[in-house]
Ligand binder design. Structure first.
Ligand code: GLV
Ligand code: MN
Length: 214
């Protein structure tokens, strides 16, 4: 009997912890970037000091500057830009692509992504984990949506004739972004060139050369 009671208590505790991580326990907890407390997220600002500006950000209509080697630009709208997103588990990005521009393969360690094309024609794809490594890809047009499941490596490429743009929503206030190539070539200190070369089955001198240019 006692052990049943303990089991019920443990289950109730687990359930409440699980709920706590997805359902806010107050109307808002606007991020206070100056807060000293170390919490999972950002400490709350005094609710009396919260203003409408804390929930506002303008500029989603402005294309990002795509003059870079990738021909694409990701503009983030997360808790760093909109303090009112703190603890709410959502955020967005706008992505712009020049003709032939692409968003290099990357993952978001803390979110799934819902990608929507605003303008142009964009090829998108993601790859499942081991052992299958299945590649799902599709060409999207204006108004089309595509899901990149939690943590999977994905990419986009502008395959239309003009510029392209998209917005994407994440189920995390700070989805994080791990770029595959940059992780291999630009980490500090370097991942040993032998490991990178053997992983990608490349010549070690070639890898050393790329790493030295970063
Ligand atoms: C697109 O996949 C992005 O995360 O910017
Ligand atoms: Mn992404």
């Amino acid at each position: 009997m006692a052990s049943n009671t303990i089991l019920v208590c443990i289950l109730a505790l687990c359930f409440s912890v699980a709920l706590a991580s997805v359902v806010p326990v107050q109307d808002f907890c606007v991020a206070d970037p100056k807060g000293q407390a170390l919490v999972n997220g950002v400490a709350c600002k005094d609710p009396k000091l919260v203003t409408p500006e804390d929930f506002f950000f303008s500029g989603l209509d402005k294309p990002g500057n795509t003059s870079n080697p990738f021909g694409s630009k990701v503009t983030s709208f997360n808790v760093a830009q909109i303090p009112g997103l703190n603890t709410l588990g959502i955020s967005m990005v706008r992505v712009d692509y020049a003709p032939y521009g692409f968003n290099a393969p990357h993952t978001h360690p803390r979110a799934s992504e819902l990608f929507t094309v605003l303008e142009g024609t964009i090829e998108v794809g993601f790859v499942t984990g081991n052992p299958d490594l299945r590649h799902f890809k599709k060409v999207l047009n204006k108004g089309d949506m595509f899901v990149f499941p939690y943590g999977l490596i994905h990419y986009q490429k502008n395959v239309g004739n003009g510029n392209a743009a998209a917005i994407a929503a994440f189920n995390n206030q700070n989805a994080g972004m791990i770029p595959l190539a940059a992780t291999m070539y630009q980490s500090q200190p370097d991942i040993c060139d032998e490991i990178v070369a053997r992983s990608f089955q490349l010549d070690q001198g070639f890898v050393k050369n790329i790493q030295s240019k970063q």
